[in-house]
Design a binder for this molecule. Structure first.
Ligand code: ACO
Length: 330
């Protein structure tokens, strides 16, 4: 069977209005603007409003992507939402979004793969397109991370922000759009980044609340090392599968977790740092949403041009790594 191509036909993102600056954080925990900037590159992050939920962020980004593709929600056949902060564990984030958008024809499911979910969602949605199952797929990565942030832990609370990114996937000519993907999980490292009391192993109880176990736990040092080692490796594998080299890549859009990780990965890959999109200073780490926000930024400001070769690399909880190479056909 000859597979169809799959391209991004619409793109959108959304960040809530309220901004939390490093100066604001100085009033909450024992930290400084200087420490945050030098260790992470972050200056401010957007925070979800009290009357918003994760599905609202997803909806705003989806509307922009639908508009960009010239489509209506009723045309959607499949909605995939990547998030670890869905409004509720069930109904799923994608089912909630289907209702809010009025996308009554669409099938739905979630990807709970953390910071790789934007890539995982695109790769998964593309499979349905490539075999001819669906023609209109919405992939949204949305996070309300500040709802599960431990505001007493200065080593994590300075990092996170909220937002959403969305793409519409549609069929294209064979060989166009998505060129390759590689996904990997190193489950032995799962303990380094987790939400300890969040499932059936430890349902949230008084002890969990007292110990902040319903909030993000991260061993930043270990995750940093795994990212700096793993990102160049998975990126090289994805480029090899696409039969391209670092020199061919026009843009690298990586999970925005730490500016130092972006720079280290760029240097190890031999890719000019200017080609590595970095908007971490404005949004912080928005987990799954970060790559959608970054890709949308270079699309909206005109840096991303038709025909550009884009390398997307996600990494995070699991420990998971996902990379894809795609040709920007819009
Ligand atoms: N302000 C001031 N001092 C701080 C702060 C803070 N906010 N946080 C930690 N420190 C202190 C520590 O206590 C430590 O002090 P000590 O030496 O007296 O013990 C010192 O700074 C250094 O701490 P480290 O943890 O070694 O700092 P590091 O340079 O590793 O930076 C960071 C920490 C930013 C978390 C980094 O490890 C990192 O980015 N890790 C990767 C995170 C990541 O990639 N996550 C991706 C997936 S997670 C997700 O996206 C949801």
């Amino acid at each position: 069977m000859r597979l169809r191509g799959c391209s991004i036909a619409g793109l959108g993102s959304y960040a809530p209005e309220r901004i939390l600056t490093n100066a604001d954080l100085e009033k909450i925990v024992d930290t400084t603007d200087e420490w945050i900037v030098t260790h992470t590159g972050m200056k401010e992050r957007h925070i979800i409003a009290d009357d918003q939920n994760c599905s609202d962020l997803a909806m705003e980004a989806s509307k922009v992507a639908l508009d960009d593709a010239g489509m209506e929600a009723k045309d959607l056949e499949l909605i995939i939402v990547g998030t670890v902060t869905s409004d509720t564990l069930f109904p799923s984030a994608s089912a909630v979004l289907e209702h809010k958008l009025g996308a009554n024809r669409a099938a739905t499911f979630d990807m709970v793969t953390g910071c790789t979910a934007f890539v995982d969602g695109i790769v998964t949605g593309a499979q349905f397109i490539q075999v001819g199952g669906y023609d209109n797929v919405l992939v949204v990565a949305a996070e309300a991370l500040t709802r599960i942030t431990n505001w007493e832990d200065r080593s994590t609370c300075v990092l996170f922000g909220d937002g959403a990114g969305a793409v519409i996937l549609q069929p294209d000519e064979p060989g166009k759009g998505l060129l390759s993907y590689v996904m990997d999980t190193q489950g032995f490292a799962g303990e380094f980044l987790s939400l300890p009391s969040s499932g059936s192993a430890w349902p949230p109880d008084e002890k969990a609340l007292a110990e902040n176990a319903t909030k993000i736990y991260m061993n930043g040092h270990e995750i940093f090392k795994m990212a700096v080692r793993g990102v160049p490796d998975i990126a090289r594998q994805a480029m090899k599968k696409a039969d391209v080299t670092s020199a061919d890549i026009d843009w690298v859009v990586m999970h925005q977790a730490n500016k130092r990780i972006l720079e280290a990965a760029a240097d190890r890959l031999g890719i000019d740092r200017e080609k590595v999109v970095c908007n971490i200073e404005k949004y912080g780490n928005t987990s799954a949403a970060s790559m959608g926000l970054a890709l949308d930024e270079i699309y909206r400001d005109g840096r991303l041009q038709t025909g550009d070769l884009v390398l997307l690399v996600g990494f995070g909880a699991g420990f998971c790594l996902s990379a894809t190479v795609l040709r920007w056909e819009k």
